[in-house]
Design a binder for this molecule. Structure first.
Ligand SMILES: *Cc1c(COP(=O)(O)O)cnc(C)c1O
Length: 414
């Protein structure tokens, strides 16, 4: 099949059932933003919520807003709203803290539910904070140990034995975009008597997720990537209903207490998902997230997935045709069904090439040691954007404009 031409690509946009959702976003007209998998763009609704919360609720109503503006319940209300996007029935998701902190809570809770077992299994290719937090959990539990896929055995399945308490696994790999079969792996983990903790940072808002149907035990994820909650927006944690009440987390702050305003001397955890909160939550950030979630109420997740596969597939096809022979190697799965909403290419000069692309208004990111990473958020990207991104990459490679020394300078955040 020939590579689609511009007219065919414009026709794809004309038929796109999600095309109107782009209007919800504030985007620089002359840029193509392929980094919504790292920091989602602002929405008009998020900015409006921030203004309302700051001017009316904080500045005018002050302390009364904890009750009057619903601040206190916001973490559970937003949790249920995210729950719809990740296949979780109400009462199992709360928005709180960061993904890193929620990994700590989920791992501890899982270990507590499997007394007599001491092993945590994770992936050596995981997003690093997951591994760093697992190391931290192991350091607090005498006899516990961490075993890694890719180091201690080639696959997670081969690491499952009678000592494994918890498996912490990324649904979509942050670098390659490889997508795991959640239901199948969760079933294998359960057969071994262990609990499954899914990290949804690169799948929440990127594709349909079915936590309840897959039988997942715990899940965590970001709200500042595909969900567009804003820089440092609070994360979420899912605890399956069957574990609520029994599952304990060690950060036993007052917001997780059954009666925080009774000011009792001893801790008694809330019987529901509130137990997975710790202290006072960042309300302004939560309000931005609330606004960002509005657009999601109108999204059909099956249509989102279809568009995501179309965008990423088109990008692979165009890049491999327009940039043939220029040293790029696809690192993402070629089969759309096995891919998240991002595409990674390896190149020896990936950092410089990405900087040159950003200078030309195509914003992706670099992941060490040699990956060019492009995220395709279906809510606001058009097929013509994919074409321009691929054409710009071809220009950068052909002209070798990336050789400009300023593109070799590495910033703190890549
Ligand atoms: C982005 C990301 C995180 C980020 O964790 P924070 O605590 O929010 O900084 C964690 N895990 C994965 C897989 C990620 O992609």
């Amino acid at each position: 099949m020939p590579v689609p031409d511009r007219a065919a690509i414009q026709a794809m946009d004309a038929q796109d059932p999600l095309r109107h959702l782009r209007d919800a976003f504030i985007l620089a007209g002359d840029e193509i933003y392929l980094d919504g998998n790292s920091l989602g763009p602002a929405t008009l609704a998020a900015q409006q919520e921030l203004l309302t919360a700051a001017r009316e609720e904080w500045a005018r109503d002050m302390i009364r807003s904890w009750n009057g503006a619903g601040w206190f319940d916001l973490p559970v209300r937003l949790g249920d709203r995210i729950g719809r996007l990740i296949g979780a029935a109400p009462g199992q998701v709360v928005v709180a803290d960061t993904t890193s902190v929620n990994i700590y809570k989920a791992l501890h809770a899982a270990m507590g539910l499997r007394p007599g077992r001491g092993t945590i299994v994770a992936e050596s290719g995981s997003f690093p904070t997951d591994l760093y937090m697992a190391e931290g959990v192991v350091s607090t539990l005498p006899g516990a140990r961490l075993r890694l896929e890719g180091v201690d055995a080639p696959t997670i399945e081969e690491l499952l034995d009678s000592d494994v308490a918890a498996v912490l696994v990324n649904h979509v790999n942050y670098k390659t975009g490889a997508l795991r079969d959640m239901a199948a792996l969760t079933a294998r983990i359960h057969e071994a008597g262990a609990l499954a903790i899914w990290d949804l940072c690169h799948s929440a808002g990127a594709l349909p997720v079915a936590l309840d149907a897959a039988g997942a035990d715990f899940a965590v994820g970001c709200s500042y990537k595909y969900l567009n909650g804003g820089p440092g927006a609070p994360a979420f944690i899912y605890v399956a209903k069957r574990h609520l009440g029994q599952a304990r987390q060690p950060l036993s702050g007052w917001w997780g207490h059954a009666r925080p305003f009774a000011f009792e001397t001893g801790y008694e955890g809330d019987p529901g998902i509130r137990r997975f909160q710790c202290g006072t939550q960042p309300i302004l950030s939560m309000r931005a997230l609330k606004g960002a979630l509005e657009v999601w109420d109108r999204v059909d997740m099956a249509a989102l997935r279809a568009k995501s596969i179309a965008l990423t597939g088109l990008f692979i096809e165009l890049v491999e045709s327009l940039c043939a022979g220029r040293g790029l190697a696809l690192e993402s799965p070629r089969d759309g069904a096995l891919r998240g909403s991002q595409v990674a290419f390896r190149h020896d000069h990936a950092h410089e090439i990405m900087q040159a692309l950003i200078a030309r208004g195509v914003i992706g990111d670099f992941r060490a040691p040699a990956t060019l990473r492009f995220g395709f958020a279906p809510l606001y990207l058009r097929h013509v954007d994919v074409l321009r991104a691929a054409e710009t990459l071809a220009e950068v490679l052909e002209s070798e404009s990336w050789r400009d020394p300023r593109f070799a300078v590495k910033a703190a955040v890549t």
